[in-house]
Design a protein around this ligand. Structure first.
Ligand code: BEZ
Ligand code: FE
Length: 279
């Protein structure tokens, strides 16, 4: 039976309104949301001004969203929500490559390139050979695995952030493994960069005394028939922001070696094997 709303009975008053025919999962999620939201408001004794600021913040977050910008995902990323949702939905066995955040700069259908090709089209940055193998949990090579890779340029921007400045598809490409499961391509040693911080999320970070930087990383999406998709990065180990990633994306197992080499044109080499989990 529903009841009148009081401070003490607020959660029950709202949840009691739920219809009987409501989808079971929706019921569970919404009842829990109301429970935790009401408990949070009571816990901090939310003031009227704070409620208004929260509404304003969410309104500005929505207003800045568009085809090129998703401030709500950025909010989720910076509050650790994206990484938590990913963690509970992609628990993997020991030895399997872990996921991390996708980020807003992935572009579908980037160019397919020959194994060993260079993805850097503007010639800028310190060139780096990325190589390794795609394996199953038993250590067997996975043939026909697709690696979709992308990174920023040495100034810390992705090509899609600088149309007309960087060549289209700069520092992106798709590679497909052969029978040995090996991959190899030339890119640049990535650099750390700030997430877009000129909107409400940037203001929130500043108010919380947090910087907006992500440690240097190369993005990978690795897929192969019969295996779970891996959405991940490899991180440069000596980066100043490794322990304070603005979006909590760093996992110890994803820190890759970047060693200096002197083989002609390439300055760095990063070797990393991806281990796929069966579907
Ligand atoms: C990125 O790594 O591209 C990224 C991830 C989350 C938020 C912003 C950028
Ligand atoms: Fe990134």
């Amino acid at each position: 039976m529903s009841q009148f709303f009081t401070e003490a009975s607020s959660e029950q008053a709202v949840n009691a309104r739920m219809g009987v025919e409501v989808d079971a999962r929706l019921k569970t999620v919404m009842a829990s949301l109301v429970k935790h939201l009401h408990a949070f408001i009571k816990d901090v004794h939310l003031t009227q001004d704070e409620w208004e600021s929260a509404i304003e913040f969410l309104t500005r977050t929505g207003q800045i969203c568009g085809n090129e910008r998703q401030e709500f995902i950025l909010l989720s990323d910076t509050l650790g929500v994206s990484m938590l949702v990913d963690a509970i939905n992609h628990r993997r066995p020991d030895g399997a490559t872990e996921n991390t955040v996708l980020g807003p700069f992935h572009v579908a259908e980037s160019p397919q390139r020959e194994m060993g090709a260079c993805i850097t089209l503007d010639g800028k940055g310190e060139s780096c050979m990325f190589e390794g193998r795609v394996l199953d949990l038993q250590g067997n090579p996975v043939a026909g695995a697709r690696l979709d890779v992308w990174s920023d340029n040495p100034e810390g921007f992705y090509d899609v952030q600088q149309p007309g400045v960087q060549p289209k598809w700069n520092n992106r490409g798709i590679f497909t493994t052969g029978a040995d499961g090996a991959y190899r391509f030339v890119g640049i040693k990535p650099v750390s960069y700030p997430i877009p911080d000129d909107g409400p999320v940037g203001k929130m970070l500043a108010a919380l005394g947090r910087h907006p930087y992500r440690p240097a990383h190369m993005h990978f999406i690795v897929t192969a028939p019969g295996f779970e998709k891996i959405v991940t990065h490899t991180f440069v180990g000596d980066d100043a922001y490794l322990k304070s990633d603005a979006v909590f994306g760093v996992k110890e197992t994803l820190v890759a070696p970047f060693e200096r080499v002197n083989d002609g044109s390439t300055r760095w080499r990063s070797t990393f094997d991806f281990v796929l989990t069966p579907e």
